[in-house]
Design a binder for this molecule. Structure first.
Ligand SMILES: Nc1ncnc2c1ncn2[C@@H]1O[C@H](COP(=O)(O)OP(=O)(O)OP(=O)(O)O)[C@@H](O)[C@H]1O
Length: 375
């Protein structure tokens, strides 16, 4: 992807590309703190940078501060400490506050926020007040054609599907050619069957526009599908940032691992470089002798067999749920307080299987130091 760090104001309106692309910028949050009132910090020292042209997903549970961080970037919320920089230029800090309309940052809201009594074209040209009427119309039509909806220019929002309305909202945010686009849970209002195609279309449009994008979501799979990198927040703190593979394969702690998949969790103690669990003994490299650790086994790491085999653990079937290619198996294992959950290949066990053996793919076992946050 071609990347440039020229901001729109630096590029000037006269040098706009006829292809209608933005000039991607670097957006940096530097040690952002925020509170809505005494004693309750919403954000605690968040530092993360969206690189030019990158799609960065802000992921985290409800209330972790994702929307507040996005609103601070847009200039509709003010941090209590820290700075926001666009291409290394401070746009919000102790002595600087660039108003929202001067930031070259576009916003797509969760509910799309289209005006019901405006045509699609008028919705899209709403923010193009600095242009003449004919220029604004041309720019709005360019943005609409980029999302494949120019034929709906004269329609009103209510006749469009949820996915089409989302594309209008995207066109409206892209029309002023922002350097950075912020999207707050942009797919949450969509039917689950529509989501996949709208996500793919949105990603293609973002790539084509070359704007830097920050997408807020609480859905780990969505973040993995959309983000070049993912920044995971918890209770107002940044827990880990990196590409999806990194967060999945090398999670910083149990919280990160648990956000990306369900886990079977066992407490244990490191002895001779490994730890005993109800599912067998696993290596614990890097841990000290007698150190308390937490072992996490993903359901996908579990294999089920009807006959005894080396290294497998005896178990009794509690329940099985058919999912098509796979099934979810719950089994009782001696020494485990909770049933062990496995995601196993359909057909691995016969319908009548009761007493079974479970083995674990060791490469899919994660060991963490046992700390309060991992409890
Ligand atoms: N206007 C407000 N006044 C007081 N507290 C607020 C306000 N807006 C948000 N909060 C609180 O700030 C915290 C962070 O909210 P925020 O909306 O940023 O989280 P989030 O991660 O985006 O959550 P969600 O996924 O539910 O939207 C929450 O505890 C929330 O209750």
């Amino acid at each position: 992807m071609t990347q440039t760090t020229r901001s729109r104001s630096e590029s000037g309106r006269g040098s706009r590309s006829p292809a209608g692309v933005s000039f991607a910028a670097r957006l940096a949050f530097d040690d952002i703190w925020h509170t809505f009132g005494p004693g309750a910090e919403t954000l605690r020292g968040v530092s993360v940078t969206a690189e030019p042209g990158e799609v960065l997903c802000l992921l985290g549970p409800s209330g972790s501060g994702k929307t507040t961080l996005l609103r601070i970037a847009a200039g509709i919320e003010t941090q209590t400490r820290g700075r926001v920089l666009l291409n290394d230029r401070e746009i919000a800090g102790p002595a600087v506050f660039v108003p929202p309309e001067k930031r070259s940052i576009g916003l797509v809201f969760q509910d799309f926020a289209l005006f019901p009594h405006y045509t699609i074209l008028d919705n899209v040209r709403f923010g193009l007040t600095a242009l003449s009427s004919s220029e604004a119309k041309r720019e709005a039509m360019t943005a609409l054609s980029r999302v494949g909806l120019e034929h709906h220019a004269r329609s009103f929002p209510h006749i469009l599907s949820g996915g089409e309305q989302q594309r209008v909202a995207l066109a409206r945010a892209l029309a002023p050619r922002p350097a950075v686009l912020l999207l707050d849970e942009p797919f949450s209002g969509l039917d689950s069957r529509l989501k996949d195609s709208v996500r793919a279309e949105t990603l293609a449009i973002l790539r084509q526009s070359r704007a830097t994008a920050i997408i807020v979501t609480h859905d780990a799979e969505e973040a993995m599908r959309m983000g070049d990198r993912i920044a995971l927040l918890r209770d107002g703190e940044l827990v880990q940032v990196g590409p999806a593979e990194e967060l999945y394969q090398r999670p910083a702690n149990l919280f990160v691992a648990g956000f990306f998949s369900e886990l079977n969790v066992f407490d244990g103690r490191c002895e001779d470089g490994s730890v005993d669990t109800p599912l067998g003994r696993f290596e614990a490299p890097g841990f000290a002798e007698a150190e308390d650790v937490t072992v996490a086994v993903r359901p996908t790491a579990i294999e089920a067999h009807e006959h005894e085999r080396d290294g497998a653990t005896e178990a009794r079937v509690i329940s099985r749920r058919f999912l098509g290619d796979e099934e979810i198996l719950e089994a009782a294992v001696a020494g485990a307080e909770m049933p062990v959950r496995g995601r196993i290949r359909c057909g691995a066990l016969s319908p009548a299987a009761r007493d079974i053996w479970l083995s674990v793919r060791k490469s899919d076992v994660l060991v963490f130091e046992r700390r309060a946050e991992n409890a």
